[in-house]
Design a protein. Structure first.
Length: 34
């Protein structure tokens, strides 16, 4: 399941730790791809 950047940013402050880690990874990927 591919999350987009907006969803990842929204998930960063979610209570679920797994979701937060996945979101952080996605944001890191986006920064690297720029």
């Amino acid at each position: 399941m591919k999350l987009d950047l907006q969803t990842a940013r929204r998930n960063l402050n979610s209570p679920n730790i797994k979701t937060r880690k996945r979101a952080r990874k996605i944001i890191q990927q986006h920064k690297r791809n720029k």
